[in-house]
Design a protein around this ligand. Structure first.
Ligand SMILES: *Cc1c(COP(=O)(O)O)cnc(C)c1O
Length: 355
């Protein structure tokens, strides 16, 4: 069998949820499990994160799956309804849609569901992605509260720079001052805001990335935030080459040896979800020892430097990222983010659950 495998720790997921809760104060916690729980598996995440107060997903299908799995907690649809036909299902399954544009209000008005919905009304406080303009809040809140299909309203916004020096104040202060008049519950925090700005807690927080044990901050390792990596990707060396000075390795011959050296070929490539952009020098563990990738990542394989690993050979274990090597450090070397690496784990990679 091809030796690549992802190990997913249910204990780490549960631990990270406790860390999120410690930061949430009195707020309730939606575990954000969109994108197949950031690559960790929806069903697995819902079991490990069963103590969450709610779950947040993107699609009706994900929400319906969670209900089939027995989820009783509230389920938030982060982008709300994609069409008028979704109103009825939303009501049947007791889902909470985010409402962020006028057409969604029209659908609800035209087809009021048998069971009125709890809705999250999203305002754009500066990200300019989803949400009603803050300036329109009085009219929008009044309209939504008057809809017979709506049972309750929570106000919501999303931060563009919670992980950066610019922070959240420039968005949070306008949001709070505009919406305070309504006396409604509110929700704003993603992982970065939850970890760094207690003032963003509100009534519901929405952590995603931190639950999986990665850091939203470029300069702060996840371990320093008390988080444990939930996903570790392991494989093995399947071939060893000896290359001479001046000889190249892999497609494009991007790496050229300076001296005679041994090169290991690992069963992991971009079709497994490893970033093709990872350049020579991306960290990787060979038998627990830190080494570096060499040359271009192929579809099914990549090469590693075995100069410091004289005992390594065919069958030697390799860790691509996980408990021994943070996904954040691999992402940084590949000029991407841990979000992208976790979500990209390919379906062809076998998964083993661990405690
Ligand atoms: C994905 C998402 C989150 C979670 O963000 P993280 O940075 O992963 O914590 C929170 N809120 C909304 C609206 C989202 O789309």
């Amino acid at each position: 069998m091809r030796p690549i495998q992802a190990r997913i720790s249910l204990g780490a997921l549960a631990h990270n949820l406790r860390v999120a809760r410690d930061h949430a104060g009195a707020a309730r916690v939606f575990a954000v499990v969109k994108a197949n729980a950031y690559g960790h598996g929806l069903s697995r995440a819902r079991r490990a994160l069963a103590a969450a107060d709610g779950f947040a997903v993107l699609t009706l299908e994900e929400a319906a799956n969670l209900r089939l799995m027995g989820v009783q907690q509230p389920i938030l649809l982060l982008e709300g309804l994609f069409g008028a036909d979704e109103v009825a299902t939303c009501a049947e399954l007791g889902l909470w849609p985010v409402l962020h544009h006028v057409a969604q209000l029209d659908w609800l008005q035209r087809l009021p569901p048998a069971r009125p919905l709890q809705v999250f009304l999203k305002f754009d406080s500066g990200m300019h992605r989803l949400g009603f303009p803050l300036a329109d809040h009085a009219a929008i809140v009044a309209r939504v509260r008057s809809l017979p299909g709506v049972a309750g309203v929570t106000l919501m916004t999303h931060f563009a720079q919670a992980d950066e020096a610019a922070g959240v104040d420039w968005q949070l202060q306008p949001f709070l001052s505009e919406v305070a008049d309504h006396g409604l519950p509110w929700s704003s925090a993603n992982s970065a805001a939850l970890l760094r700005y207690p003032i963003t807690q509100g009534d519901w927080v929405r952590p995603g990335l931190m639950l999986y044990g990665a850091s939203p901050f470029a300069e702060v390792p996840a371990s320093q935030l008390g988080l444990r990596p939930a996903m570790s990707v392991h494989s093995e060396i399947i071939s060893v080459q000896t290359v001479q000075p001046g000889e190249g390795v892999g497609y494009g011959q991007l790496y050229r040896a300076e001296q005679a050296m041994r090169v290991g070929v690992v069963a992991c490539g971009y079709a497994d979800g490893y970033p093709r952009n990872a350049p020579t020098g991306t960290p990787i563990l060979v038998n627990g020892r830190r080494s570096r990738t060499l040359g271009r990542v192929s579809m099914d394989m990549l090469s590693v430097d075995l100069s410091e690993c004289p005992d390594a050979g065919v069958g030697t274990p390799v860790e691509l990222w996980g408990e021994g090597l943070s996904v954040d450090s691999v992402a940084a070397a590949a000029h991407t983010s841990s979000y992208e690496l976790l979500c990209a784990l390919a379906a062809r990679v076998a998964v083993q659950e661990t405690d």
